[in-house]
Design a protein. Structure first.
Lengths: 274, 166
């Protein structure tokens, strides 16, 4: 009888504790500003998402973001450190946000092609800062999001290169893209990897990178060939010299009165002579 | 107290008006007197090309004036492209930025952004300019459906630390 009573009391106590825990978490998610901001990153309105993003960046900076994107690494690092319990959610929130904005840019591209309507400067400015923030996370889960922004300048390729091996195969895959800007950007990731101090390229990876760059020297698109030439320059492999010499004299692409691929190849040969 | 406010007496010239505009238009940063220049230029681009604002003073960050041999920046972009380029927009003071419909925190008010004209308006030239900007280590290049569309290519060096050119 007493045992049964004790068992019942224990069950009631456990239920009460569980109830209180659920209540606490619920209240906390409503009042914790970090949780609220992370929730706003999922808003349907880009202005709300951007505002929440900049508020998070402001937390890392300790004041309103003043446009110093060059400080993003330290800002992101401080942001993650300010609430260690929310670090993982913050990381995933930012990565998810870039995935979301990549999708917006892709969707709007269709509208641009049909109507000529462009994204606003405010939007693309925010998009650029977001790429900088996700690139600074140094998180292997950001590979897909950074690949989605790979054609928008150096920040996404550098962020991918910093990740090293986990970003290698996905970047190599991008060389099969039909879009020449994507292929060029993928080559820039590989090029950054070769020159990155943080990623020691093993023999197998090195060989894959070399093969990809050599293959791209004969890509049908001149801009991809230029990116390949610049990548090969980083390999500093004398065996590739004849290929670069050939491009320096024979590449057919002419623009106005110049031969951009030949000029890029000539610059590399000059660098190698130094 | 905003520590970025100009010192008492201000700069003593039209820079005071430009700085006041940063407050008036709610830009998220405010420059100080010594950040401005009336002469900074690069090998390929004159000061008047880099200053597309309303005043004789402008903010011009180092990537816009640094030598092509550094391997990055505006001159490297131009050199990689291979022929002369027209600047559609570089530095804009806040009032000018507002007048042309620029974003509240446009990089053009920080002095590290340039829009170069796509003279043909076609995709091949636009792609070639993007490729050249990437070779010049531009941190951000707006997508083709960005505000320039195919009319120009926007590149900025927002992640490069570095001061203002004088």
């Amino acid at each position: 009888m007493i045992k049964a009573l004790e068992s019942k009391t224990a069950k009631v106590t456990a239920a009460l504790i569980t109830y209180l825990l659920v209540l606490c978490v619920g209240v906390s998610s409503q009042t914790n500003p970090r949780v609220k901001l992370l929730k706003q990153l999922e808003s349907a309105s880009w202005e709300t998402r951007a505002s929440a993003f900049y508020q998070l960046i402001g937390v890392g900076l300790g004041k309103t973001f003043d446009g110093e994107t060059s400080q993003m690494e330290s800002i992101v690092s401080k942001l993650l450190a300010t609430d260690p319990g929310a670090e993982n959610r913050t990381r995933l929130g930012l990565i998810g946000l870039l995935d979301r904005e990549n999708a917006v840019v892709r969707r709007q591209r269709v509208e641009f092609e049909n109507t000529g309507k462009t994204l606003t400067e405010a939007y693309v400015n925010y998009y650029g800062d977001l790429i900088a923030a996700v690139g600074a996370l140094d998180d292997v889960r950001s590979v897909g999001a950074l690949l989605g922004a790979i054609t928008t300048g150096g920040m996404a390729p550098r962020g991918l290169a910093r990740l090293g091996r986990p970003a290698l195969q996905p970047s190599l895959q991008e060389l099969n893209s039909a879009d020449p800007l994507t292929r060029s950007a993928a080559l820039r990731v590989l090029s950054e990897m070769v020159s990155s101090e943080g990623f020691s390229v093993d023999a197998a990876s090195s060989s894959q990178i070399r093969d990809a760059m050599v293959k791209s020297l004969t890509d049908q698109d001149s801009n991809v060939r230029i990116a390949a030439v610049e990548g090969v320059a980083k390999l500093n492999d004398p065996r590739l010299r004849p290929l670069i010499e050939k491009l320096a004299t024979k590449d057919p692409y002419q623009m106005e009165n110049t031969y951009p691929v030949r000029e890029a190849a000539t610059r590399v040969l000059r660098e190698w002579q130094r | 107290v905003n520590s970025t406010l100009p010192p008492c007496g201000g700069c003593g010239d039209e820079r005071d008006q430009i700085i006041a505009e940063y407050f008036t238009y709610g830009v998220n940063f405010v420059p100080v007197c010594v950040n401005f220049t009336q002469t900074a230029h690069s090998v390929y681009f004159t000061f008047s090309e880099l200053n597309t604002g309303d005043y004789t003073w402008a903010l011009v960050r180092q990537p816009l004036t640094i030598s092509q041999s550094s391997g990055y920046g505006l001159d490297d972009w131009r050199a990689n492209y291979g022929s002369s380029r027209i600047v559609n927009s570089a530095y804009r003071n806040p009032a000018r930025n507002y007048a042309v419909g620029g974003a509240a925190n446009s990089r053009h008010m920080f002095g590290d952004a340039v829009d170069l004209r796509n003279q043909s308006g076609g995709v091949p030239e636009w792609n070639a300019m993007v490729s050249a900007a990437n070779s010049a280590k531009a941190d951000f290049v707006e997508p083709q459906n960005g505000p320039c569309g195919l009319a120009c290519t926007h590149a900025d060096w927002r992640s490069h630390s570095g001061g203002y050119s004088q």
